[in-house]
Write a protein of this length. Structure first.
Length: 59
């Protein structure tokens, strides 16, 4: 694993800041998905950016 890849084990500790729901990991898009909030949080350099201002609304 490179220094810039996301460790899926982090999902056990992370929840959506808006809904407190568990997140799913989209490896292809490098995002964490909150289905209840209908948003995706970016992962940059292996670090999830869990800010609502940075999240994108899902289609």
């Amino acid at each position: 694993m490179s220094d810039h890849s996301f460790d899926p084990k982090m999902l056990e500790a992370l929840v959506c800041p808006m809904t407190q729901a568990t997140l799913s990991y989209d490896a292809e898009k490098q995002e964490l998905i909150s289905k209840p909030a209908n948003v995706a949080f970016p992962i940059r350099d292996g670090i999830p950016v869990m800010l609502m201002d940075e999240a994108r609304t899902l289609d």
